[in-house]
Design a protein around this ligand. Structure first.
Ligand SMILES: Cc1cc2nc3c(=O)[nH]c(=O)nc-3n(C[C@H](O)[C@H](O)[C@H](O)COP(=O)(O)OP(=O)(O)OC[C@H]3O[C@@H](n4cnc5c(N)ncnc54)[C@H](O)[C@@H]3O)c2cc1C
Length: 411
């Protein structure tokens, strides 16, 4: 690895690290910027294991980062895909109330989405729902025609290309193991040394986009961030090709307001297959994509965190249900049949999985909004769950803006 002196080192080559890098190259072209990624390829974790949905911004509290970044992010992303010839499709999405008790929450979602500036939302009755999704049954649905699908790995690769074309450096296979501060403060040149097995890179400032390890990276910088990343695995089934006709676009349930995840849904992806999921079970390893994956240190790390037990006390019942569903295809199927009564066990084959990096506060609260904090000579992205990929251009622009403001005088 050709190490050297950099103005900014971005840790993490997922969609957020790469968007930030690309936008820093545009907004601060004189800065020397490097991205350090521990894997041999970019975007192999959350970015490469998600549902591929370009969300429109319905669910999020008006004024929150999620609401602002998702609505702006979708528009920017559509433009980016057009300009860079990346396949995407705005196939639209229905959120389906399957019984009367969900109507109030569906109305709330309609009002939230409208307040967030999501265009063309419509509450539709069973007949219109049948025209949009012929096999779905519900008493009412919220139709979001601009929600779309894309391959976020391709989007991230395009960000990386643009960053490199602008002169940026990307080092893969370069896990940052240790961060050492030199006595000189930021601005005196070479304030931080980032040690990797491939060599040591000197930088004045750090941007931490470490995803499932963002808390660990923050600790390496000496920052006390007050949250711990708890990994939640989401498992998918895939519909057999002969059953793809059951799903035209995106079919979602009305989410449980007590839980930050959206509930199992049907997603037609940009490559033509249809997935059902994901559920949300506690993972015993941060990058544990299989049920049997286990890491004693990481599991003990979760268990030793007081916030974990407070979270467990709040969510144990929902959590047990998710674990049960994880092991029982029949139970998974029963939940899917609420949205799509005709689906049968034989329509489903095992699919992939993803692991969400969920930041949990010491009092057991699951952070809902994106969390981006500024440290001494670093910026940390501590919570970037869905719709983080949709919002990637808006988040990257925000972080690049913070960096120019915070580090501008010293780089
Ligand atoms: C199951 C699932 C479904 C989702 N569905 C959607 C969706 O449909 N739409 C949507 O908009 N969002 C979705 N999301 C959210 C979205 O995927 C994330 O918000 C987004 O990918 C976060 O990007 P990131 O760059 O922060 O994280 P990541 O993609 O996880 O990247 C972090 C990178 O940091 C690297 N790293 C960690 N530690 C180190 C270190 N010490 N040194 C060097 N590198 C390091 C990792 O290897 C990794 O590549 C979903 C997420 C999951 C898990």
């Amino acid at each position: 690895m050709e190490t050297g002196q950099y103005d900014i080192a971005i840790i993490g080559g997922g969609i957020l690290g790469l968007s930030t890098a690309m936008q820093l190259a545009a907004s601060a072209p004189s800065w020397k910027v490097a991205v350090l990624e521990k894997e041999d390829a970019l975007a192999t974790h959350q970015t490469g294991h998600n549902s591929g949905v370009m969300h429109s911004g319905i669910y999020y509290r008006p004024g929150s980062h999620k609401a602002r970044f998702c609505v702006a992010g979708l528009n920017n992303l559509v433009r980016f895909c057009e300009e860079n010839e990346i396949d995407y499709q705005q196939c639209g999405k229905v959120i389906v109330a399957t019984n009367e008790s969900e109507l109030g929450r569906l109305q709330d979602l309609y009002e939230r989405g409208t307040a967030n500036g999501v265009p063309d939302l419509e509450l539709v009755g069973p007949e219109r729902l049948k025209e949009i999704e012929p096999y779905t049954v519900g008493v009412q649905a919220l139709w979001a025609p601009h929600t779309g699908i894309v391959d976020f790995t391709k989007v991230a690769a395009a960000y990386a290309d643009k960053f490199q074309q602008a002169g940026g450096n990307i080092f893969t296979g370069a896990p940052v193991k240790k961060i050492v501060r030199s006595a000189g403060a930021a601005g005196s040149g070479g304030a931080v040394a980032l040690e990797t097995p491939k060599g040591t890179l000197q930088a004045k400032h750090i941007i931490n986009c470490g995803g499932l390890y963002a808390d660990r990276v923050a600790e390496m910088t000496g920052e006390k961030v007050g949250v711990r990343i708890i990994p939640f695995r989401g498992e998918y089934y895939t519909l057999r090709p002969e059953s793809h006709n059951l799903v035209s676009g995106l079919i979602y349930p009305v989410p449980d307001p007590r839980f930050p995840f959206l509930g199992v849904h049907f997603t037609r992806n940009i490559h033509g297959s249809v997935e059902a999921g994901p559920n949300a079970v506690l993972a015993l390893r941060r990058e544990g994509y299989r049920k049997r994956d286990f890491d004693i240190g990481e599991s003990l790390g979760s268990l030793a965190y007081p916030g974990f037990w407070k979270m467990a006390a709040k969510f144990w019942k929902i959590g047990m249900g998710e674990v049960y569903r994880s092991f029982s295809k029949r139970v998974f199927l029963r939940d899917l049949q609420r949205l799509l009564p005709e689906i049968k066990e034989s329509d489903l084959a095992s699919g992939g999985s993803g692991v969400r990096a969920q930041a949990v506060a010491k009092d057991g609260t699951l952070l809902d909004d994106f969390s981006i904090i500024q440290g001494r000579d670093a910026i940390h992205v501590l919570n970037a769950p869905s719709p983080g990929a949709t919002s990637s251009l808006a988040i990257g622009e925000h972080i690049a803006g913070l960096a120019v403001e915070q580090f501008g005088g010293s780089s």
